[in-house]
Design a binder for this molecule. Structure first.
Ligand code: HEM
Length: 605
């Protein structure tokens, strides 16, 4: 009986007529924990889906986890049966119970706090969307471009700052707290990730006194610092409102109608705004970094993107109004989300009563994972799913093509934002940030794999008057130059694929490519074999971080301005805003060394 108690199925008694979900057997007590790698665990769960089907269960240290790898099944359960599938599982590493504390909307169970905070969030999101997000993304994109020109090797820092400054402005009206927000986001991500805080791997650590359990002490300091930070941010906006100088923000909207949200405890508004700040800062930089990675490995698409941006935007970076005229930019962004989903294992839902599906029993208490990694690789919907191919969204022969192209492709309502009642509330923000952020980068820069051949070739259309002037200016600005390819070589067109499959040279710009990469079955077989083999040898396009939100591990690549003219244009746009006092520097909230060794401050990450 002891064996049975710890064996790999929490519910052995099945309701009549129903079968048990298939799944790996696992080991006593630990279940399948030893079989799940920390790196790319989503790939492992997707491999199991090939073996056990689109819905299967896995025992992980005694709790039942159900993995869904089909959009249809995810909709049938998580959306259509939202009444019983919309709670959240318990996260052991947090000191306050995430399901009931009302501190973090994405982690709260379906209760009163969730309902009122979601309503509040809907209002503020709609309000900022209608105001084109107060142009904060466009303003911060100008700063990001200059930072990228100054220090291209710090690209991930510049991208994350862009996102966190925009989110900071949206949440509290200014960008001063951007470094603090990034740190709050990092620490919370560690706290909630199964591969992060020790308390999630060994929950008993959270029942010990703090002095005996460093992970618990770490979490207590994190939670206290976060609370204090949210409190300071709210007070600052209150103060600015009194002085009549508060820019538009979610916090300002909250305070203007303070009594009308139905919030029930003192800090509920502060947490609600703060949580949205954190959610924004956490997520959007991931697809932006994926974009850089994809452009290195599939270089055939950047010239197409630049042709579109040049045609539509000319000598300025993209603006919100350009959206409908930039279908290829939207296709590239949509493909970044599909190819490397920012939340590859999905954010789990929790089942509150026994259920059944297609003759299978799904026990109450199951943790339900919509496995984004697998859902976005369904070969019927996404032919050759391992390949980054934005054309699948803009060429009619692909199943994902949809008209009108002024609206589609769009990231809005895509599976990467989840399912049913818990669907992501920041989709509009993410959509805008990615359009402006990724569009601005592609407008100004060439991105290429680090290589000696392609870094310093002279370029006739660069806008430099002479080679020596170009070199002088590059030196002054610390820039590297790279010219846009007018002709895509067969090698580039087939980047990431087998060499033997080279297609003929293709001239661009002018039209969508005439030739598709990967046409015949034999070719695809090779691609698949290569993908599989290289994932074992750690394919560089699979080198992602292991926390719940996955970003490419920082990598080296060539980031170089396309022309001097554009570089100068970008600089003058930035200078114009700077002269108006638009950009403040970051503020340190906890004194020296960000409060190391003190009661409040940055925890070790
Ligand atoms: C590329 C960017 C983003 C991705 C991929 C993403 C993805 C997700 C996913 C998968 C969920 C869970 C849905 C479910 O449970 O079925 C979620 C929930 C949520 N997201 Fe996002 N998100 C992104 C950006 C944002 C931003 C910018 C914000 C806020 C400004 C935000 C706020 C939220 C909130 C509040 C929830 C919780 C909704 C609830 O539980 O009821 N997200 N997001």
């Amino acid at each position: 009986t002891l064996w049975k108690r710890f064996a790999n199925r929490p519910h052995k008694r099945l309701p009549p007529g129903l079968k048990e979900l298939p799944g790996p057997k696992g080991y006593p007590i630990l279940g399948s924990v030893p079989d799940v790698p920390e790196k790319n665990s989503a790939v492992k769960f997707a491999e199991w889906a090939k073996e056990y089907g689109p819905i299967y269960q896995v025992n992980l240290a005694g709790s039942n986890h159900v993995w869904i790898s089909s959009d249809q099944v995810a909709h049938d359960l998580l959306s259509k049966k939202g009444a019983i599938y919309s709670d959240r599982p318990h996260i052991p590493a947090l000191i306050d119970d995430n399901r009931t504390s009302g501190q973090y909307l994405p982690l709260t169970s379906k209760n009163g706090a969730w309902a009122r905070q979601r309503k509040f969030a809907n209002t503020v999101m709609r309000e900022s969307e209608n105001a084109k997000f107060h142009r904060y993304p466009e303003l911060e994109a100008k700063r990001m471009l200059v930072e990228l020109m100054e220090q291209p090797s710090q690209y991930n820092h510049a991208l994350e700052s862009f996102i966190s400054r925009v989110t900071c402005r949206l949440a509290w009206g200014h960008s001063e707290a951007n470094e603090e927000l990034k740190q709050r986001a990092r620490e919370l991500l560690i706290g909630v990730s199964p591969t992060g805080a020790m308390g999630n791997k060994l929950p008993f650590l959270m029942s010990l006194p703090d002095w005996l359990s460093p992970p618990k002490a770490w979490e207590r300091r994190r939670a206290k610092t976060e609370r204090k930070f949210f409190e300071i941010m709210q007070k600052d906006v209150e103060h600015d409102m009194k002085e009549k100088r508060a820019p538009q923000s979610w916090m300002k909207t909250f305070l203007e109608h303070r009594g009308s949200w139905g919030f029930q405890y003192d800090m509920e508004g502060a947490y609600s705004v703060g949580m949205h700040g954190i959610a924004g800062a956490l997520t959007i930089a991931a697809p932006m970094q994926t974009f850089c990675l994809a452009m290195c490995h599939y270089p055939q698409y950047l010239p197409m993107l630049q042709e579109e941006l040049d045609r539509v935007c000319g000598d300025r970076p993209p603006r919100s109004e350009d959206r409908e005229n930039l279908p290829f930019l939207r296709a590239v962004i949509r493909e970044c989300l599909r190819w490397r989903p920012p939340v590859p294992t999905g954010i789990p839902h929790y089942l509150i009563q026994d259920d059944s599906y297609a003759g299978y029993h799904i026990p109450k208490g199951s943790v339900m994972h919509p496995l984004e990694w697998a859902i976005s690789r369904d070969p019927a919907m996404f032919p050759d799913p391992e390949i980054f191919n934005p054309l699948r969204w803009v060429k009619p022969e692909f199943p994902t093509y949809r008209e009108p192209l002024s609206q589609y492709p769009t990231v809005i309502n895509c599976t990467q934002f989840g399912y049913g009642r818990r669907v992501c509330q920041g989709q509009g923000v993410a959509d805008e940030d990615m359009l402006i952020g990724i569009g601005s980068i592609a407008w100004l820069f060439n991105i290429a794999k680090k290589s000696e051949n392609n870094s310093d070739e002279a370029c006739s259309d660069s806008g430099y008057d002479s080679q020596s002037e170009a070199e002088e200016l590059d030196e002054k600005y610390g820039l590297r130059r790279h010219h846009a390819n007018a002709t895509i070589s067969a090698e580039e067109l087939n980047a990431g694929l087998e060499k033997s499959e080279a297609t003929e040279e293709l001239f661009y710009p002018g039209a969508w490519p005439a030739a598709d990469i990967a046409e015949d079955e034999a070719h695809m077989e090779k691609v698949r074999v290569k993908t599989k083999k290289s994932s074992q040898d750690l394919d560089p396009t699979l080198d992602y971080t292991t926390l719940l939100i996955a970003k490419p591990v920082p990598f080296e690549f060539d980031l170089s301005v396309r022309t001097r003219y554009l570089a100068e244009k970008a600089r003058s746009l930035f200078e114009e805003e700077r002269a108006k006092g638009a950009y403040s520097s970051s503020r340190a909230y906890w004194g020296e060394s960000q409060g190391q060794g003190k009661e409040l401050g940055w925890g070790k990450v």
